[in-house]
Design a protein around this ligand. Structure first.
Ligand code: EPU
Length: 444
């Protein structure tokens, strides 16, 4: 089964790496928050829109970022990575300069797209700039069917002709894209990214209705505006894009990762302790922080970031439904479920974004959790204690939920298939280890 992201098992020995966690330690200290994976990926893809260099700061060092570098390289994008400078702090993100002076290939082959779903998004910039793109359909993935119909709707509304040929989407326009109205029947982050990038180089104005309001959409719009685009309304559900004939280079800093922030906040709520999530911005995940407060964690915001603490008191159960931003994010659903495994009572979590995002349930059960699934709703009956066991998961957020459970479980948990974690969490074992967790990577 294909994964979301660079999910196909890597060729190297990384797939044999495991993470060993001995639970029961509180977390105390600071965790620096990295740049957001889900902002970095579309920003890197935006480099295809211009022949000038795009410099991105605070790019996280992740397997998905490395994989996208390879994919963009295939289209002719030259990627320069700034090495670590002596004055850089330990966890400084990397700086990438991406130059698409010449697009050498408008085909994105199956072997590459199937390893990372977000790479399908190259279709927007390629057709907008080159008038042609041939991009493999990404196929299914571990968290659901995830069709691309809404991304194709965008290109059709902007005047591209679409054909499906041998598993590939072929998008073409004779005389360039032209502005149009795109009314999404359903909120889609990738669809909104595609609309922003394609409409920026279309002739005339475009209106995006029911646009995704995720912070990563705003970050992309900000960067595109620096490149010369004319986008207004990003962050609301109605975005207007005045097309321009060309875009230029820019320098942009990737916003902090709200999912990484929320994940570590839940880890602290799980183990107890007191941790500063350095660089975390509360407004990017207020919905999730409110749920944590309701569960009994103490959250405060400081100049340096977000402080999360929980003393000896137990956790209260919660009722949560995942929703597009500003609602509770699907990308934190698995982590919240892990947390609720130890609450004093029964919680209910309903997943409304993806139809099959419960692969973590059976693995959490192996650790002693009591979870009952009924359609799109999980009932989690809190237990006194979890106990360590070997576990593995088939997607990124599911994997990290097992880490959270393991941090509180009695004894040793071995999390297998660590490459899923490496796709989305930079140096997870170091970040947790320096706050007192007993966690180590065991090379395969
Ligand atoms: N959808 C369609 N047709 C489409 C596109 C989407 O039906 O053409 C559906 C999806 O199947 C889903 C819903 O619309 O049911 C929302 O999907 P969306 O397009 O918003 O998701 P995405 O853009 O593919 C991004 C993130 C995901 C995150 C979702 C929702 C990146 C690289 N991926 O995916 O992140 O869960 O938005 O917020 O930004 C992750 O990081 O682990 C991850 C899966």
């Amino acid at each position: 089964m294909l994964q979301d992201g660079a999910g196909a098992a890597p060729q190297s020995g990384d797939d044999m790496d495991r993470i060993r966690i001995v639970g029961g330690r509180e977390l105390h200290g600071e965790i620096p928050i990295s740049g957001a994976k889900n902002a970095a990926l579309p920003l890197m893809i935006a480099s295809l829109l211009t022949d000038q260099p795009l410099t991105l700061d605070n790019v996280p060092r992740l397997a998905d970022v490395a994989q996208l570098q390879r994919i963009l390289g295939n289209h002719g994008v030259d990627v320069m990575v700034n090495g670590k400078r002596p004055e850089d702090r330990d966890y400084q993100g990397q700086t990438l300069t991406l130059s698409a002076a010449r697009i050498v290939d408008t085909t994105a082959p199956y072997e590459l797209v199937s390893r990372m779903r977000a790479s399908f998004w190259v279709i927007g910039p390629l057709v907008a700039r080159m008038g042609h793109a041939r991009v493999s359909m990404p196929g299914g993935c571990a968290i659901g069917t995830r069709p691309v119909d809404l991304l194709l709707l965008v290109l059709e509304r902007l005047g591209a002709a679409i054909d499906i040929d041998g598993g590939y989407v072929v998008a073409r326009t004779e005389s360039g894209l032209r502005g149009g109205t795109i009314a999404f029947p359903k909120v889609t982050v990738g669809g909104t990214h595609t609309a922003l990038m394609a409409a920026s180089l279309a002739r005339g104005a475009s209106v995006i209705e029911n646009a995704a309001r995720e912070p990563e959409v705003v970050d992309l719009a900000d960067c595109l505006n620096k490149m010369g685009a004319k986008i207004s309304g990003a962050g609301t559900s109605r975005i207007v894009v005045e097309g321009v004939p060309r875009l230029g280079g820019a320098r942009h800093r990737v916003l902090p990762d709200r999912i990484e922030t929320g994940t570590y906040a839940m880890a602290v709520a799980m183990t107890g302790g007191d941790v500063l999530l350095e660089g975390g911005r509360p407004e990017l995940l207020q919905g999730a922080l409110d749920v944590l407060t309701q569960a009994g964690a103490r959250i405060s915001s400081t100049n340096q970031g977000i402080r999360v603490a929980r003393n000896g008191a137990g956790l209260d159960p919660v009722e949560v439904t995942t929703r597009p931003f500003p609602g509770f994010p699907t990308d934190l659903q698995a982590q919240l479920m892990a947390l609720m495994c130890c609450a004093r009572g029964t919680s209910h979590i309903t997943e409304t974004i993806f139809e099959n995002r419960f692969m973590h349930v059976q693995e959490l059960v192996r650790l002693g959790a009591r979870i009952h699934l009924d359609g799109d709703t999980a009932s989690i009956e809190g237990v006194e204690r979890l106990t360590g066991a070997p576990v593995m998961a088939t997607d990124l957020r599911a994997s990290v939920s097992l880490v959270i459970a393991a941090l509180a479980a009695e004894g040793e948990t071995m999390v297998n298939r660590v490459y899923h974690l490496d796709r989305g969490f930079e140096r997870l074992e170091n970040k947790l280890g320096r706050c007192g967790a007993e966690v180590q990577r065991i090379s395969g």
